[in-house]
Design a protein around this ligand. Structure first.
Ligand code: HEM
Length: 229
């Protein structure tokens, strides 16, 4: 049975709106996640307490892990819709221009930002899978489920595992570039950009992307350099 997809979603504008709204949800999650991770600088007790709170949020009004599960469902739906719209917009762009350009100069659709978003997005998707296997399911973490979240994090970015830190930092820089261009494009899609607001919105996109990236990078780097142990 075919799934009925609303006409608005089938339009290019509809897909871009879905990208902007789901991207916005993911940015909010990343800001909250980055701020939460910084608790590592308060020490083991605070960080583990925070990790425990993530699961007990809303108790006793709702059972253990209810709010976290709801957040996870929203995240999965947002990620799937974000990637689905991206793929279908990319297909549409190439279908609109089936004959390759003869000129070496790239069109906008093949330009730097588009390629960074596409390939960056694919690497970020791989990173998220690795990251879940690492710190959510502990498959690639040197410690297992019996240890505390703090210990798992410190063991993960131990100086002897500097290459894991490098992999995280590279992925996080790509997340930063993706956020920068993504937030900026979302402003365009949502019709917020104009001659007067351009500078302000560009500054806002750059600042959010830089803060999120630096905040995330601070954690693995501090552990590898021994500032957190
Ligand atoms: C240095 C950077 C990062 C560190 C140290 C880190 C750390 C963690 C930790 C410790 C958890 C497990 C939380 C828990 O269940 O107690 C987690 C979960 C998660 N992280 Fe990260 N994270 C980082 C960056 C990112 C980035 C950039 C993304 C997305 C692009 C991301 C997406 C997720 C997701 C989706 C989960 C699962 C959430 C859940 O199901 O509860 N993380 N992260």
């Amino acid at each position: 049975m075919a799934i009925a997809i609303p006409a608005i979603y089938r339009s290019t504008v509809g897909k871009k709106a879905v990208m902007a709204v789901t991207g916005g949800i993911l940015v909010l999650y990343l800001v909250a996640h980055m701020v939460g991770n910084l608790k590592i600088f308060y020490g083991a007790e605070d960080f583990n307490h925070y990790a425990h709170w993530l699961r007990t949020m809303g108790e006793p009004a709702v059972p253990y892990r209810t709010v976290l599960t709801l957040i996870e469902v929203v995240l999965v739906v947002a990620i799937v819709l974000h990637m689905w719209s991206a793929v279908s917009l990319a297909r549409r762009a190439s279908a609109a221009r089936p004959v390759k350009y003869r000129s070496k100069r790239k069109s906008h659709a093949q330009g730097y930002a588009t390629r960074t978003m596409r390939y960056g997005g694919v690497i970020i998707a791989f990173y998220v899978v690795w990251h879940l296997l690492d710190l959510t399911f502990f498959v690639v973490n040197p410690l297992g489920a019996d240890d505390t979240p703090y210990q798992r994090m410190v063991a993960d970015f131990d100086p002897s595992r500097w290459y894991i830190t490098v992999w995280y930092v590279v992925a996080l820089l790509l997340v930063g570039l993706h956020l920068h261009h993504g937030i900026w494009s979302a402003f365009q899609t949502l019709g917020l950009r104009g001659p007067r607001s351009d500078r302000l919105l560009r500054g806002l996109a750059g600042t959010v992307a830089a803060l999120v990236t630096l905040g995330f990078i601070a954690v693995p780097v501090s552990i590898t350099f021994g500032w957190v142990s």
